[in-house]
Ligand binder design. Structure first.
Ligand SMILES: C[S@@+](CC[C@H](N)C(=O)[O-])C[C@H]1O[C@@H](n2cnc3c(N)ncnc32)[C@H](O)[C@@H]1O
Length: 263
């Protein structure tokens, strides 16, 4: 028997008792109200002991009231405590810490990718938004920066506003591994070698002729078109930039037969 049927049966039983036993039904109904509280004591007034027993209409109305509250309580009880059904918000942890690309390296990355005005540039893990802002300012193209870290997203948005490129640049807080990259013409990366490899299935969905540039890190198993080394005047350190053009080409292991490919 389900809860609804139980409630209806209890209601019918209480009504029958009210009809048959008068004041006893009155007590039954009041007891139902405090059913789930063992310490519930029936107030004398609720028993309405002063009313004449033959006043059947009053008794019936008291039974009705008691049943209504019983049914309402049973309905609430049947749905259980109202839990917060929303998914707990998962803390999204960056896969790599924030280190900005020096500005002269950013300029070279976009130059190597031959960014044009009608291109759409994605920076995966955009940090303070410097790559997408530079793409818009220097090349006049649209660009989207994605970062998982809300602090970085805030900085990027401030950078976009300060640089007045809000008409061209969008910043979104997203995990880059959930993105559909098929609309991008240019994808820029400054992640880690292992993360570049993890992105291969998404990068393979880029249109033919799209460019991918990575600061410092290669993509194991994929042959770059070009690797440029430069020393940044900002940090006086050496940097590497890798360029790939889609469709991606599998790298061939050296000193092995040409059929053996790097996995
Ligand atoms: C090394 S920084 C590069 C910043 C910027 N692209 C640049 O070159 O100046 C890497 C950035 O990737 C972000 N990041 C790490 N894992 C991510 C993920 N799964 N999804 C989105 N962003 C991520 C970090 O928050 C950080 O801002």
């Amino acid at each position: 028997m389900n809860k609804k049927m139980l409630v209806c049966s209890a209601a019918v039983l209480a009504i029958l008792l009210a009809g048959c036993t008068g004041r006893q039904a009155d007590r039954t109904a009041v007891r139902l109200e405090g059913d789930d509280n063992p310490n519930y004591t029936v107030p004398e007034s609720a028993l309405d002991v002063t009313e004449p027993q033959e006043n059947q209409e009053d008794i019936t109305s008291q039974v009705d009231d008691a049943l209504i509250s019983f049914v309402r309580e049973a309905a609430v009880a049947s749905t259980g405590p109202q839990e917060n059904k929303e998914e707990p918000v998962k803390e999204q942890v960056p896969d790599v810490i924030y280190v900005p690309t020096p500005q002269d390296v950013v300029d070279k990355m976009l130059e190597m990718a031959q960014v044009k005005k009608d291109n759409l540039v994605y920076d995966l893990g955009c940090g303070d938004g410097r790559i997408v802002v530079t793409a818009a300012m220097k090349h006049g193209c649209k660009a989207i920066g994605y970062d998982i870290d809300p602090e970085r997203v805030k900085e990027s948005l401030e950078n976009v506003e300060k640089s007045k490129v809000g008409n061209l640049v969008t910043i979104e807080q997203k995990d880059i591994f959930t993105l559909d990259l098929s609309e991008a013409d240019v994808v820029t990366l400054y992640l880690l070698p292992s993360l570049n490899v993890r992105l291969i299935p998404q990068l393979e969905k880029l249109r033919p002729g799209s460019r991918i540039v990575s600061h410092d890190f290669r993509m194991k198993g994929v042959k770059p078109d070009k690797v440029v080394r430069l020393t940044s005047t900002e940090d006086n350190s050496k940097h590497k930039i890798y360029l790939w053009t889609t469709p991606l080409r599998k790298a061939i292991k050296k000193n092995k037969t040409s059929a053996e490919k790097i996995d």
